[in-house]
Design a protein around this ligand. Sequence first.
Ligand code: NAP
Length: 300
Amino acid sequence: MSNAPKKFWRLGILGWPLGYSLSPLVHEQALKTAGLRGEYREYPVKPEDLWDWLGQVPALRLCGFNVTMPYKKSVFAWLVGEGEGRLGLAEVPEGAIGAINTVVMDNKERPVGYNTDGEGFLRPLLDPPRSLDLKGWHVLLLGAGGAAEAISVSLSVRTKVERLTIWNRNLDRARALAETANRWRGGRGAAHFAQVGERLESLPVGECQLLVNATPVGMDGPGERLVDSGKLHQGQWVYDLVYGPRETALIRAARRQGCRVITGDEMLAGQGAASFELWTGVKGMLPVMREALDEHFRSH
Ligand code: NAP
């Protein structure tokens, strides 16, 4: 038997602010369950310090890290060699989107970027027990940030969703994302797949089959939500990416209107398990992460 010390998995999450994140909880539990030595630390980095921090990544000797709000696009820019703090060594796998939520340090200590948000988003919809077939659906997506980009690309490539309406506070970003989604969809009719909903008041809230909140609205206030939930009705699905609180104002309103709901912790476990597998090669951590989150919400 080898006397070499077991590898220490030094992992973490980069974002600002970070106090709300449950990623440390799920990854620490996965490390423990997989029998790996390691840690998962928070790296709350202010925007003015981001490029310095990225420049110091090799010195931190991380095996990998997650990226969350508001840095998914900045880290993509860093990886492709833009931005002040670039390493110039980085790689982005072919087919990567313009937002990164997982960085893996390869065996030459070079950062490689991935995005597991799309996978994490789709699993609760497509996997059992829901096993939904989204064919012909109209999806209304609120937000055009990093998570919204991953979701749009996954919906356009991996599902038969027919229409995607994107609303964002900054309309130019919504337009750019709609173009991206149409490019990824490709083929006939691609130009009409994604479109922009310009005004919150006239969004097709009552007409879509699935409404997705990919903004942080709902994290702060008990009454905070973007759309008029009175337009929601039975038979629709509502998916809120926000998981703190688990029962956001949108989710509560959707339940009252008879909609079926998916809360953000389900996606958190899905994207977390996919990131964990990219770093460590260990599969099957989804149920472990879901159980850790259930336990957390039972006691909070
Ligand atoms: P991001 O790249 O920083 O994008 C944030 C998005 O939210 C942008 O579209 C932004 O609009 C919009 N936004 C921010 N504040 C807003 C407000 N007060 N009103 C309306 N829109 C607002 O962040 P992200 O990574 O996409 O994350 C978005 C949300 O999803 C966060 O709450 C994050 O925690 C959550 N998330 C959850 C999971 C999960 O696993 N459950 C995974 C990823 C993300 P502008 O473009 O106009 O600024």
